[in-house]
Write a protein that binds this ligand. Structure first.
Ligand code: 3HC
Length: 303
């Protein structure tokens, strides 16, 4: 059955090589997924060799884990490793027909990345973005071929979460959208078409929810109490553990985007800002027996 709003699949173009801009955790998880499901060459780029090596190293390590769990044969593991390579030079994207960016969440940075990629790929290559909340129409503006830009938003952990938000921007054409849906299907994701609105659908809901949890803590509710209070909702993970999975800096960025768009409905916690500025990535810490306590430095930020 064709997903709601998806164009005819006959318009989809074949993808024979994938480029990934950024080699951070989200980008590396994407590289593994593309290699595993599409079985085509996947090239990762980043701003320095150490990051590129770390990204490729992560993918190879995850392939070894799959081999250890007998999810892939030794032969397939070797083939997958050979498919994922890294380069500092975007010229390595030359024959790529699907390039996705997962770099720092800044509109100017992403516009610059797409303009650079456009110099190296064919006019028909799809340029996809994994942005969590930025306007894809603005991201595409200024490009020679804005009609090939599409949102392709994954969720953490990329290998596990089934949903994919596909975002049609102002200029996105049907062939680009059809290709995005075809790739989503090959990746075995459940794709939904969403509007190019701030934070699309999932993060809009999640940010409101997380914002209320943080507000409650700002007002004096202890961290563990706020977390425990969500248990009746039956979520797979408590909000403060989810915050750690997503990354507080990313969550703050989305909250700021939503606040700018809808100041009456979305706030930004000053304590959250201090938490991110302090470089903290988790509210809790765990001792060698697995006992969970609130990190005293984080507690102090809220006192
Ligand atoms: N990275 C990669 N794989 C992971 C992982 C991680 N961080 N955490 C768990 N997994 C894998 C495990 O290895 C296991 O794989 P296997 O079956 O091949 O062995 C599988 O997930 C299930 O793991 P577990 O049995 O240990 O754990 P759970 O059953 O508790 O599930 C979970 C873990 C899937 C992470 C679940 O807790 C969950 O669904 N949490 C909610 C996640 C969520 O809401 N994500 C969306 C965040 S919003 C976002 O990303 C958008 C962004 O723009 C901000």
């Amino acid at each position: 059955k064709r997903p709601a709003g998806a164009p005819d699949k006959s318009l989809a173009r074949k993808v024979t090589k994938v480029g990934i801009v950024g080699a951070g955790l989200m980008a590396s998880q994407m590289a593994l997924l593309f290699a595993r499901r599409l079985e085509v060459p996947v090239v990762l780029t980043d701003i320095d060799q150490a990051r590129v090596d770390k990204g490729v190293g992560y993918v190879h390590g995850e392939i070894d884990k799959l081999l250890g769990k007998k999810r892939v044969s030794p032969d397939k593991a070797n083939r997958l490793k050979a498919l994922v390579t890294g380069s500092l030079d975007k010229a390595a994207f030359a024959d790529a027909d699907f390039v996705i960016e997962a770099v720092f969440e800044d509109l100017g940075v992403k516009q610059k990345v797409f303009a650079e990629v456009e110099e190296h790929v064919s006019p028909e290559a799809v340029l996809a973005t994994n942005t969590s909340s930025l306007s894809i129409t603005e991201m595409a503006s200024g490009l020679k071929h804005p009609e090939r830009v599409v949102g392709f938003h994954f969720f953490n952990p990329v290998a596990i979460m089934p949903l994919l938000e596909i975002v049609r921007a102002g200029q996105t054409d049907d062939a680009t959208l059809a290709t995005a849906f075809a790739v989503g299907k090959q990746l075995k994701k459940s794709s939904v078409l969403v509007k190019d609105a701030p934070a699309f659908v999932v993060n809009r809901l999640l940010t409101r929810f997380m914002g209320e949890v943080v507000k409650s803590i700002d007002e004096g509710t202890p961290f563990e109490v706020a977390d425990k209070a969500t248990e009746p909702l039956g979520l797979p993970m408590s909000p403060l553990i989810l915050l750690q999975l997503v990354g507080p800096a990313v969550a703050l960025h989305v909250a700021e985007t939503m606040h700018a768009a809808f100041p009456d409905r979305f706030g930004v916690s000053e304590n959250m800002k201090a938490f991110v500025a302090a470089g903290k990535t988790a509210v809790y810490q765990w001792d060698s027996t697995g006992k969970q306590t609130v990190d005293p430095e984080v507690q102090a930020l809220w006192s």
